[in-house]
Ligand binder design. Structure first.
Ligand code: CU
Length: 305
């Protein structure tokens, strides 16, 4: 099924690490979500939060630079682009700023695609929190967007994982907050209908909720997500490729990609490690056929269309 032969070894490696590092990590879904009007106002700390919980955003959890509309954007997420481990810190407030932006990026040599993104990259930012953290999410739909967008975090159990609370027209910002009550690695994605189209066009990412004390230390960590891209023209066609809703419904993608584009992790931003180093790969599937990360959240398994 993989039409980019250079990607074949990668998925084997990724699935191997996923199995070793994550599958044995059993979890239950978290249960708290409180829709919140925007702008967010000062709130009282929860019973498990320290009184000084209102700290600056953690590095890596907020928006990255937003590319200018109308230009060819490098949409490939560097697999090393993820926040540092939470370590031994206690619960605190984590602010997550997401910006939904529709950009044109390189899909393959000679081919471009209109991606729908979180923060201009595929996948979206890796969000890293600790169990007990209060997570404040703000989603801004860029003024240049043609579509409504939102975000559904599978680390949240509640109505749509924040989707309704964040559903925004172009130029608007909405938000909500939730407490991360169960550790695990969860997908997030845009859930505006038809959600499969928004996901296939690039609107997916992952949130890691670390247990108290953090995960065991490793030498390197990587962030990899598979996606499916459905284009009207066949694999290998040149120029700006339009997305195909019919192929999406048929579940017949023209491209399977890792981190957004053909060759993203083989030619552009390969994963490097030295012999003997320990490596952890956070691997997720953002494709429309399935968006399973680990079997820790019943809602992470999407029904087939
Ligand atoms: Cu969307």
């Amino acid at each position: 099924m993989f039409k980019d032969p250079t990607d074949r070894p990668l998925i084997a490696v990724a699935i191997g690490f996923l199995t070793i590092g994550l599958v044995s990590w059993a979890h239950a879904p978290s249960v708290t979500q409180a829709p919140l009007a925007v702008p967010v106002v000062a709130q009282s700390p929860g019973p498990d939060l320290p009184p000084n919980y209102s700290l600056p955003p953690l590095s890596g959890t907020t928006s990255t630079a937003i590319p200018k509309a109308g230009t060819l954007v490098d949409i490939v997420r560097d697999p090393t682009d993820l926040p540092a481990p939470v370590g031994a810190r206690g619960p605190r407030l984590v602010k997550v700023d997401l910006r939904t932006e529709e950009v044109t990026g390189k899909l393959a040599d000679g081919a471009t695609f209109r991606y729908w993104t979180f923060n201009g990259k595929v996948p979206g930012p890796f969000v890293r929190v600790r169990v007990g953290d209060l997570v404040q999410v703000h989603l801004t739909n860029d003024a240049g967007s043609a579509m409504m967008h939102n975000v559904d975090f599978h680390a949240v159990t509640g109505p749509g994982g924040g989707a309704k609370a964040t559903e925004s027209e172009a130029g608007n910002t909405r938000g909500f907050e939730f407490k991360a009550t169960h550790p695990g690695l969860f997908v997030y994605h845009c859930a505006v209908m038809p959600a499969a189209q928004h996901i296939a066009n690039g609107m997916y990412g992952m949130i890691l909720v670390e247990p108290a004390g953090g995960l065991p230390k490793v030498d390197r960590e990587f962030y990899v997500m598979q996606g499916e891209i459905y284009t009207e023209k066949a694999f290998g066609a040149q120029g700006l490729l339009a997305d195909s809703y019919q192929k999406l419904l048929n579940e017949t993608p023209e491209y399977y990609v890792f981190n957004g584009a053909v060759g993203a992790l083989s030619d552009q931003k390969p994963l490097h490690a030295k012999v003997g180093e320990t490596v952890r790969i956070y691997f997720g599937v953002g494709g429309a056929q399935q968006d399973i990360v680990v079997p820790c959240d019943r809602r992470s398994v999407r029904p087939r269309l």
